[in-house]
Ligand binder design. Structure first.
Ligand code: KG4
Ligand code: ZN
Length: 357
């Protein structure tokens, strides 16, 4: 019988210390033997955002215990692991270094290959843990640090169709939450508050909605939310602002995804086109519903990772590791941390004042 590939992976790019072991399972879904995630929300909430030095210290304090737990839960012996994967970027350099060095040390000590994984590739391939999906597919990656439309043509083969030119979507949720007095990370609570409010109460702008292809912008929206938040009279109005904000986000995503689908379909003759949404913000059920509807209208099959694989975790890094290992993409122990690391290296940098799109 062919040996099943087993990968141990580590993720410490931001404020989650995570270790997972997963095993390929022939044509079936891979087995998640363990998936341990330790969040640092308590460490950062009083600061309203992630403090890099505190995050790194917390990773250092916890990484060996989390790894021990993941190995114990998996019920496998460390010698059965075929390779060790770790997130090498993008992210906070002091945080990345902890997991990357820990991963390299394990690989060296068990004399197995090391795989450096791009965190965004982890998110991009995460829906494949639960479902077989053929390449190419259209991906909307929405997380705390990134917002991009990508054509996923295979491991290491990405074409960026659009990106945010300022804030990431998760950042826009978190900043709105902060203005409403919600602790970091406020995205999930905005979703809860939105259910209690009137989404038509405040009129908010949709920056670059009619231009810039499927590039996105949230800075102007943030300014409008800031202005509105200063005039709020009571808790009910806070709910209205959360609801109005979420509604406008859904309208922006609807329009921009339509453009991205059009771009994706140029030169494609697939019978079944797949649209995948990944990253922490993909946990938001109203966004899921909104974009599933659009996908149906445009004849795309929409696929989401399960909620526990949307936000940062190491199972997605392990899966990217399996896909890379299968095509012999392993790395040297000298692989550096890459705080900036685009999936599509040919895509232009689209950020900063004075940008014309
Ligand atoms: O992918 P992720 O865990 O970390 C990054 O790679 O950035 O995404 C975290 C982001 C945070 O900004 C968080 O507020 C947002 O995802 N988020 C949500 C929801 N759940 C998490 N935003 C809106 N609605 C949610 N339900
Ligand atoms: Zn992430």
């Amino acid at each position: 019988m062919k040996k099943k590939i087993t990968i141990l992976a580590i993720e410490t790019s931001c404020d989650e210390t995570a270790v997972s072991i997963i095993q390929e399972n022939g044509n079936d879904k891979p087995l998640i033997l363990s998936n341990v995630v330790s969040s640092q929300i308590e460490v950062h909430k009083e600061f309203g955002g992630v403090v890099p030095e505190l995050a790194a210290r917390s990773h250092i304090e916890k990484i060996d215990l989390i790894a021990k737990k993941a190995i114990e839960e998996s019920k496998i012996k460390i010698e059965e692991i075929d390779a060790v994967a770790a997130t090498a970027g993008p992210g906070l350099i002091v945080c990345l270094s902890v997991g990357l060095n820990f991963g390299k040390t394990i690989a060296l000590s068990i004399n197995k290959p090391f795989i450096a994984v791009n965190h965004l590739e982890g998110h991009a391939l995460s829906p494949k843990i639960n479902k077989k999906i053929n390449y190419p597919y259209l991906l909307l990656l929405i997380s705390g640090g990134h917002t991009q439309f990508l054509e996923v043509n295979g491991v290491n083969k990405y074409r960026r169709l659009g990106t945010t030119i300022d804030d990431a979507l998760g950042e826009a949720f978190d900043k709105t939450a902060k203005l409403l007095g919600i602790e970091y990370p406020g995205g999930p609570k905005i979703e809860k508050w939105a259910k209690k409010g009137n989404e038509n109460y405040f009129k908010l702008p949709k920056p670059i909605i009619k231009r810039g292809g499927c590039n996105l912008s949230f800075a102007g929206l943030k300014t409008a939310v800031l202005r509105t938040s200063k005039k709020l009279k009571n808790q009910k109005e806070k709910y209205h602002l959360a609801a109005s904000f979420q509604k406008v986000i859904n309208e922006i995503l609807y329009e921009k995804t339509k453009v991205a689908m059009y771009e994706f379909l140029k030169n494609k003759k697939n019978k079944k086109n797949v649209f995948v949404i990944a990253g922490g913000v993909a946990s938001n059920l109203s966004i899921r519903e909104n974009l599933s509807k659009l996908a149906e209208e445009k004849n795309f099959i929409s696929i989401f990772p399960p909620i526990n694989l949307c936000s940062d975790n190491a199972a997605m890094i392990a899966w990217a590791g399996i896909e890379r290992f299968k095509i012999k993409l392993t790395d040297s122990l000298e692989f550096p941390s890459k705080p900036r690391w685009q999936l599509d290296s040919s895509a232009p940098f689209l950020k900063g004042p004075g940008l014309k799109i």
